[in-house]
Design a protein around this ligand. Structure first.
Ligand SMILES: Cc1ncc(COP(=O)(O)O)c(C=O)c1O
Length: 462
């Protein structure tokens, strides 16, 4: 079945049906329930045989929404060249690509003067913005940021603000920092939710401070967008970036949205076809608008998938928030009852959180904890410094013997039962240790008796 003919009166190439966004809607029309995911019944090998995967690793990447899969399939059935072809399939593909942009614009609360650019990831979005900044711009960034948000800016034009201990201190540090470092053009870059602690940053209040000093503000919504609303207009924030693979769409598509003036004046991010208006032997005139920075054939399938994810999340937002609040509550109280377990926090107290909890347990290497949770319980978590070395070092403290931590992160793929398996697994590790002997070598912890699981032996899907 083809999807090439929306309401257009032009003779169809194949039989008439609906565009992918509409298809996606059919799959998940119950707004009172969280939307369905692909692979929700995935089984993984464990010590006891195959178990349903306990996914507590959404902070890294999320599984795909069913609506996204449908949109991708519909796109694969029909796609043709984008922005270049006169053929009907090319025109439909181009229209869907631009409609995907519009969907994302609605998702982030974009204003009429904002541009929405499709990038590869949040990292890519910030690198693009860094390249488009006016030459004299100075960037202000908290040391607690994810490396993708901390590092893309030219070092000598970056002011690093120390990690605050409270929300009030974050506001004061920004205010004082902007007061002390005068420059004609200034940009504050800050996360909306920490990928280490899940704590939600007061972006609207930070925006107010930035603007009172004549600075702009860019918000990293990579950890927030799947869990809470993103709203450029309501926050009065200038730029926002996030990644498809953290909002239940596949890897490879991200977003940068914000005012078009700097973007239109900046050097094209990807010089090449599609980014040019005209080329002669003597000069190149570049496009303005998204095309300026989206040189080469764009990731149409990724953009449509991302738009389908945004539409689905926006429609199910209350149900998603309720589902995650319940699981987070269960996770936090379960972990809090484990003797000695320490949760990492920036602001402390009862700061509002997305579903991310990072912790250490005395005497247990975080990497062994995550390996044992996978082997003994089929639970997926992450351990390490989560690409936020300065923050993790600071939160662990120098006197800590441990230099890394374990992160459990909740999303639509997490069940109550998986939370209980994780909590029970950590408790057992604390009380009696791992059930098998592990050795530590160059590739980390491995089962002393040999690991019967071999990911390389799983047939690739082609
Ligand atoms: C808060 C935050 N910002 C940025 C990123 C980078 O995202 P990506 O790897 O998609 O560029 C991440 C990824 O973990 C993140 O959690």
């Amino acid at each position: 079945m083809s999807l090439l003919t929306p309401a257009a009166p032009i003779a169809p190439v194949h039989e008439a049906t609906t565009p992918p966004a509409a298809v996606a809607r059919q799959g998940s029309s119950f707004v009172s329930e969280p939307p369905r995911l692909v692979g929700a019944d995935l089984r993984v090998p464990t010590r006891q045989g195959a178990q349903v995967y306990g996914n507590l690793d959404h902070g890294a990447s999320t599984p795909a929404l069913f609506a996204v899969k449908q949109a991708v399939e519909a796109t694969l059935e029909t796609y043709a060249s984008v922005h270049r072809g006169a053929g009907w399939a090319s025109r439909v593909t181009s229209a869907w690509y631009e409609q995907a942009r519009d969907e994302v614009a609605r998702f982030v609360g974009a204003r009429p003067d904002d541009e929405v650019l499709f990038t590869r990831t949040t990292t890519d979005s910030w690198n693009l913005l860094a390249r488009a900044l006016p030459d004299d711009a100075v960037v202000f960034v908290f040391e607690s940021e994810h490396h993708s948000t901390l590092l893309p800016w030219e070092a000598i034009r970056t002011v690093r603000l120390p990690i605050p201990s409270s929300i009030d201190e974050a506001l004061a540090l920004l205010d004082r920092g902007l007061e002390a470092h005068l420059a004609a053009v200034r940009l504050v870059v800050v996360t909306a939710a920490s990928n280490v602690t899940g704590e939600i940053w007061p972006v609207a209040r930070l925006a107010e401070i930035a603007h009172s000093h004549g600075a702009r503000i860019a918000v990293d919504a990579a950890q927030l967008a799947a869990h809470r609303a993103v709203d450029l207009a309501a926050w009065d924030v200038d730029y926002v970036a996030f990644s498809g693979h953290k909002v239940y769409a596949p890897f490879g598509a991200g977003v940068l949205a914000g005012p078009r003036d700097w973007l239109d004046a900046g050097e094209p991010y990807l010089a090449g076809g599609g980014a040019t208006r005209s080329v002669s032997q003597f000069s190149t005139i570049w496009q303005t608008g998204p095309a300026r920075h989206e040189g080469g054939s764009p990731n149409v399938v990724g953009a449509i998938a991302l738009a389908a994810a945004c539409a689905t999340i926006a429609r199910h937002r209350p149900a998603i928030e309720a589902h995650e609040a319940h699981l987070l509550d269960r996770l936090r109280s379960g972990l809090a009852a484990i003797p000695g377990l320490r949760r990492l926090q920036i602001f402390g107290g009862d700061a509002d959180l997305v579903g991310v909890v990072t912790f250490t347990v005395p005497g247990l290497d975080p990497s062994l904890v995550s390996q044992a949770l996978s082997w003994e319980h089929g639970v997926g978590v992450r351990d390490g410094k989560f690409c936020a070395h300065l923050l993790v070092d600071r939160l662990l403290g120098i006197e800590q013997p441990l230099t890394t931590a374990v992160r459990a992160s909740i999303g639509l793929g997490t069940t109550e039962e998986a939370v209980d398996r994780l909590v029970g697994g950590v408790r057992r590790l604390v009380e009696i240790g791992p059930l098998d002997e592990w050795t530590h070598g160059a590739s980390g912890w491995t089962l002393a008796a040999g690991d019967p699981r071999d990911p390389a032996a799983v047939l690739p899907p082609w």
